[in-house]
Design a protein around this ligand. Structure first.
Ligand SMILES: Cc1cn([C@H]2C[C@H](O)[C@@H](COP(=O)(O)OP(=O)(O)OP(=O)(O)O)O2)c(=O)[nH]c1=O
Length: 190
């Protein structure tokens, strides 16, 4: 049987991949992600997605292994996960009333036949203009610390998000439209 492994600790990625009706295992890669705020975001997410997939793939050479990485980009700088609530607040204030870009990189690997597929997807998100009281309310319902840019489009978006363009699932962490095409190329989905 063909085995698929999701190389991720993200509950959002697990939930999104499960929506395809596939059977898969989850294994978290023990890697240090590249997180330079001044780096090219597309290069960074592609590199980090490949790092995660490669780490698991070398340990499971017969399995298809999927890795992904998501970041937020504004003012020519990358916003990764905030270190604490104070940094999360600074990030949300920077994003308030403006449009930013979300980059997700996806890497599929299989060591047994040398399969390597890399893909990068971008989406745009526009935030409402909001004040500290809104950020306080937002932090009561969403934990910003495990999310790039200190927000999750999937929860509480009525407080902060005015709209988006592109793939909603890409913003959440796994671009499902592109991923379905990649998995279909490997015969894993129809
Ligand atoms: C922008 C945005 C990010 N995120 C999340 C997706 C990712 O989980 C996280 C970005 O960090 P990542 O390093 O991409 O992912 P992760 O550490 O959560 O999981 P792993 O590396 O093990 O795969 O931010 C949302 O959930 N919603 C959003 O709207």
């Amino acid at each position: 049987m063909t085995k698929l492994i999701l190389a991720s600790a993200s509950p959002r990625r697990k939930q999104l991949l499960a929506e395809l009706g596939l059977t898969f295992d989850v294994m978290v890669a023990d890697v240090t992600e590249h997180e330079d705020p001044e780096t090219d975001p597309r290069v960074m997410v592609t590199h980090n997605a490949a790092l995660k997939a490669d780490w698991v793939a070398t340990r499971h050479p017969d399995a298809y292994v999927l890795g992904a990485d998501t970041t937020v980009f504004i003012d020519q700088r990358v916003l990764n996960k905030p270190a604490d609530l104070a940094e999360a607040r600074v990030m949300l204030k920077k994003l308030s009333g403006r449009t930013h870009t979300v980059f997700t990189g996806v890497a599929l690997r299989r060591v047994a036949d040398g399969l390597r597929i890399d893909e990068g997807v971008t989406s745009e998100v526009t935030f409402k203009a909001f004040d500290d009281a809104v950020i306080d309310a937002y932090f009561k319902i969403v934990n910003p610390l495990d999310k790039a840019g200190a927000y999750g489009i999937q929860d509480g978006r009525e407080l902060i998000v005015a709209g988006w363009q592109g793939s909603f699932s890409n913003i959440m962490g796994l671009p499902m439209e592109a991923l379905k095409q990649i998995l279909a190329r490997c015969g894993l989905v129809k």
